[in-house]
Design a protein around this ligand. Structure first.
Ligand SMILES: [Fe+2]
Length: 491
């Protein structure tokens, strides 16, 4: 592990050559003081008429002023004026001076410093644009709720690209195992990264940074960042800790495959700045996750509490989730949608927590007024689930699970495809489970009768595709047995 902590490049010092300026000053002194004094002495010694002697004295002084002093003073004034204009931003150009002395050198040095500053400003502007682009991309990811993993991947990718690195990775400290585990990584050549990569605290540059909590620049292998595809590649590594309350919770590192281009302090500052934001984002995410997990557990408990009030509906929510998943599978929906259907099934009637017991548990038919109150439960359920970010895709399913395919349902009277597909599936699952379960006001239907009811309602009350899919899965012996057994429980 090689460490490179070279100081930043400094401005080159322009040497002043005193002799040229001294010579000119001596010349000016000679013409303006020494020669006039000699002439005065000459005039006094030889009793020369002052009206004659005054001419060479004045001529000498004037020559001194015009030939030497005036030119020097003029150059100094020009340099000062233009330097002031440049420093105040009134002029972007260089100082124009043809003085061959130190003043000219000073002007040239000033011009050189100005050019270097302009280069630095250009570089800063370029960095600013990169950061702006990065923030804009991250902002889009946050707004579209792509999740913390996507956001971290984006940060690593764009940061590595901005630092002209070929590999970037973000690792988190596993305190128990005293090691770093890879959270996300990016490789310019698109090669897959070893997702299970781990490195002991203290090992290599990244392990050292995580243990010491200090940034480090040096040479090392791409494999240190988890890039096994380029494990043999050696280059430059820059790694900074993700620090939170004086404790490193992880590291962010970049690898450049050109060993001749070491990372500089500016790169380190940029990465450290991004790293500090990432550390806060991860901490916030963890805190939010804890709060959200607690909230989800609470509302899941609420859903069970609703069922506990009504012995006839015990187990109903879980079965609806199960059936809805099976319908989703038969329709070829993806894993995420199946999970959403299961959650929506468990939570679909959670709004009943807001309905009075005398209506909710009434053993006889509801009056029209009572029915109106009861029909509020999908809206109440929507309000309960809405604050949970991880359940955002469940919200509309809870709200619309009593819509009917022909538009005569509630609460919005949506029709056909305007009803979310998950809600159409939920409606079939919910109705079926209600039909095959005993109710205080009626006995349960047989599976065959319930199937018949669903078929009759297909295209009117229910989405025909969802009904077909459910009839198909009900034909499977396993599910049929499970549903009959489950449905029999509350009776
Ligand atoms: Fe319901």
């Amino acid at each position: 592990m090689g460490v490179d902590n070279k100081p930043r490049g400094r401005f080159r010092v322009v040497p002043l050559r005193e002799e040229r300026l001294e010579r000119k000053l001596a010349l000016a002194f000679g013409f303006m003081s020494f020669i006039p004094i000699l002439l005065v002495v000459w005039a006094m010694v030889y009793k020369v008429d002052w009206s004659i002697a005054i001419y060479p004295i004045v001529a000498s002084a004037l020559m001194g002023y015009f030939i030497v002093a005036r030119r020097m003073i003029k150059s100094i004034l020009v340099v000062t004026r233009q330097a002031t204009a440049i420093s105040q931003g009134r002029s972007g150009g260089a100082i124009e001076v043809d003085e061959g002395s130190e003043i000219g050198e000073l002007a040239k040095a000033f011009n050189r410093v100005t050019r270097e500053l302009e280069d630095k400003i250009d570089a800063l502007e370029s960095s600013r644009q990169l950061v702006k682009k990065l923030l804009s991309r991250i902002g889009t990811a946050i707004i579209s709720y792509e999740g913390i993993d996507t956001i971290l991947s984006l940060i690593v990718e764009h940061t590595a690209a901005a630092l002209e690195a070929q590999v970037g990775s973000l690792m988190l400290v596993d305190g128990e195992k005293q090691e770093l585990s890879l959270k996300t990584a990016w490789s310019e050549d698109g090669q897959p990264i070893n997702a299970t990569y781990r490195i002991k605290l203290g090992d290599g540059i990244v392990g050292w940074v995580a243990r010491e909590g200090r940034p480090l620049r040096g040479s090392g292998k791409a494999a240190e960042l988890g890039d096994t595809a380029a494990s043999g590649k050696t280059g430059m590594i820059l790694c900074v800790p993700l620090t939170l309350r004086d404790r490193a919770i992880g590291v962010i590192a970049v690898f450049r495959d050109d060993s001749t281009r070491a990372f500089v302090e500016d790169d380190e500052l940029l990465l450290a700045s991004i790293g500090s934001q990432v550390a806060v984002a991860i901490e916030n995410y963890r805190l939010n996750l804890d709060v959200e997990r607690t909230y989800v557990e609470t509302i899941m408990a609420l859903a069970l509490a609703v069922e506990a009030k009504d012995p006839y509906s015990a187990g109903h929510s879980k079965r609806v989730g199960f059936y809805a998943m099976k319908i989703g599978e038969a329709l070829g929906l993806d894993e995420e949608m199946l999970r959403i259907l299961n959650d929506a099934g468990v939570l679909h009637d959670i709004g009943k927590i807001g309905i009075k017991d005398e209506i909710l548990l009434k053993p006889t038919s509801l009056t029209s007024e009572e029915a109106k109150v009861m029909q509020q439960h999908p809206v109440i359920g929507e309000a309960i689930v809405k604050p949970v970010r991880s359940l955002q895709k469940v919200v509309l399913l809870v709200r619309h699970h009593h819509e009917r395919y022909d538009g005569t349902g509630y609460p919005s009277g949506l029709k056909g495809d305007a009803i979310p597909v998950g809600a159409r599936i939920l409606s079939v699952a919910d109705t079926y489970d209600s039909m095959v379960t005993d109710r205080p006001y009626r006995k349960r239907l047989s599976v065959e009768d319930a199937k018949g009811e669903l078929q009759r309602g297909a295209g009117h009350a229910y989405d025909p595709a969802a009904v077909d899919a459910f009839l198909q899965v009900l034909a499977e012996k396993e599910l049929r047995l499970a549903s009959s057994k489950e449905a029999a429980k509350p009776a």
